[in-house]
Design a protein around this ligand. Structure first.
Ligand code: GTP
Ligand code: K
Ligand code: MG
Length: 514
């Protein structure tokens, strides 16, 4: 009786492709995958079965190049090409580097003096048998070894990303780890590296898996209620408990969604817009940040017309810094288009830095700050201020004074003399790290959502949970559907579907049927 009910739950969850369809149930160590299209037949297709090889390092002259081989015949590849000095077979000792000669399988000619290592399945990157040949990196050597491998009829050249694809299919990596691995390779700054390493190492996977198992736990309560009914076999109050849990879960999901998009911003680069009136020193600031004469600086107001963007690493954060046209009313057609672009740039930025000439906005007699209306309309509570040209005032105000009018993120500098610039840079970096960085001790914690895809699935999970909460206890069958969809939405983030945890949750938490 219990088993029948349990397998009914299981059947409902058997969506997507199964690696072991005929066996019905997966053992807890096995993992099943939900591909984006649940009807696709991607799993273990012919493409997967063959042994593949590829150069894993860039082509060119260097000390070492690595050729990777993966698949059921990796050992066969070893036997054909990995030999000792007398061109005799070497027995592979798994996971141990072995000195060898790489030999052409047909001509028996030594191609290179090398190191080889055999990774026995499943303890390998792809979970298949893997062979790595560490050869000297030179065009002729690399092509002779690749040609030798192509002479083996049971091997073929790998498609782009195919090793990682196999690691995913084998359950070594989930989708967040695949994305993390790609981001790690592409990381250009410290914060990007840190965030990608977390994801590649499985921290995002663990976070999403936890969320999904909590939803499943909630679903299991509702399922038990449907199957056994409250009162007889189940304790009272299960429905309320499920609702309370669902409310908590939605709160947790919203917490992840309301992270200021830090993860996505760090991956793609933080957009910093420099804006302000003409001649304030906006282009001078860009040049200071870039440490080169990237933008034209002249005493002519309206020098910058179009947007000039540079990618910079500031304090380990990736910034896309935009210098913009000075904001003023003008009859010049070209300049007015530039000003329109500047406004859009400020509004679309993550951080806006307003550069003002201190002598023009600070009244020394009244100690007050006056900002032109064309600038004022673009200012928000998040706007940062750089009051430039302090050298033009005999007694410039203290930063504390101007912060009373402009907020904490305001600094006084002279980009010409260099006065205050390093202090500004340090404080500005700290502020950015506080807002965006994924460094545990410096700023905020590592964000869970690093891709728009994660966000979309989390939003739909949250909506399904909301729908569940709309149903009264008489309609829990319909409510359960919503929870099921919520779990699936979170499952899609990692591309993983593991059915065993549903059953575990049911049997662990309820004393059913005694
Ligand atoms: N005295 C003084 N002059 C400065 C300072 N910073 C910049 N300047 C000068 O101010 C003028 C304008 O500088 P830019 O950097 O071109 O100013 P901008 O805001 O980009 O100007 P537009 O592109 O025309 O809007 C140039 O002559 C700079 O040399 C400063 O700290 N002190
Ligand atoms: K100028
Ligand atoms: Mg300029």
């Amino acid at each position: 009786m219990i088993r029948r009910n349990a397998s009914r739950i299981l059947t409902k969850f058997s969506i997507g492709n199964s690696l072991n369809v005929s066996s019905g149930r997966c053992s807890s160590s096995q993992t099943r995958f939900l591909h984006n299209d649940p009807n696709s037949d991607l799993v273990l297709s012919d493409v997967q079965k063959k042994t593949i090889y590829a150069l894993s390092t860039p082509v060119g002259k260097a000390g070492v190049a690595v050729i990777r081989v993966s698949g059921p015949d990796a050992l066969e590849v070893w036997k054909n090409v990995v030999k000792n000095n007398s061109k005799q077979l070497i027995e592979p000792e798994p996971w141990k580097m072995q000195r060898c000669k790489i030999v052409h399988p047909e001509r028996n000619e030594a191609l290179d003096d090398a190191l080889a290592v055999f990774f026995k399945s499943p303890k390998s990157f792809t979970t298949e048998d893997v062979l790595e040949l560490h050869i000297h990196s030179g065009r002729a050597i690399i092509s002779s070894v690749l040609a030798a491998l192509s002479a083996l009829p049971f091997c073929r050249l790998a498609e782009p990303g195919e090793f990682t694809r196999r690691a995913f299919n084998g359950g070594r990596l989930d989708l967040t780890q695949v994305e993390g691995l790609k981001d790690l390779i592409e990381a250009e700054t410290e914060s990007q590296r840190r965030i990608a390493l977390q994801a590649a190492g499985g921290a995002s996977r663990a976070g999403f898996e936890h969320l999904r198992s909590e939803i499943i736990h909630c679903l299991a309560m509702v399922e038990a209620l449907i199957d056994f009914g409250e009162g007889e076999d189940l304790e009272e109050g299960v429905f309320e408990e499920a609702r309370t849990k669902a409310i908590q879960l939605n709160k947790a999901i919203r917490g992840h969604l309301e992270d200021g998009r830090r993860g996505e911003i760090i991956r793609s680069g933080l957009r910093l817009a420099i804006f302000g009136p003409p001649n304030a020193g906006k282009s001078s600031l860009l040049n200071f940040l870039a440490q080169r004469e990237a933008a034209i600086v002249t005493s002519v107001p309206g020098t910058t017309r179009d947007i000039l963007e540079l990618s910079l690493d500031i304090g380990g954060l990736p910034l896309i810094v935009a210098d913009t046209a000075g904001l003023r009313t003008t009859d010049d057609l070209v300049e007015s288009i530039g000003i329109e672009r500047a406004r859009n740039m400020v509004q679309g930025s993550n951080v806006a830095l307003c550069v003002l000439s201190l002598s023009e906005i600070y009244d020394t007699t009244t100690s007050s700050v006056h900002i032109p209306p064309s600038i004022k309309e673009l200012i928000t509570t998040e706007t940062c201020f750089l009051l430039n040209k302090s050298d033009l005032l005999t007694t410039p105000p203290l930063e504390e004074q101007i912060r009373k009018a402009l907020g904490q993120n305001a600094w006084i500098v002279s980009l010409e003399s260099g006065q205050g610039t390093l202090e500004f840079l340090r404080a500005f970096e700290d502020m950015l790290k506080q807002r965006y960085d994924a460094d545990g001790d410096q700023g905020a914690s590592v964000p869970l959502v690093t891709h728009a895809r994660h966000r979309a699935h989390l939003i739909s999970a949250s909506q399904f949970i909301d729908s569940f909460l709309q149903y009264p206890s008489e309609d829990i069958v319909l409510g359960a559907e919503e929870l099921r969809y919520a779990a699936q939405s979170v499952g899609k983030i990692g591309g993983l579907i593991d059915v065993e945890d549903i059953l575990d949750a049911v049997f662990r938490d309820f004393c059913i049927g005694k």
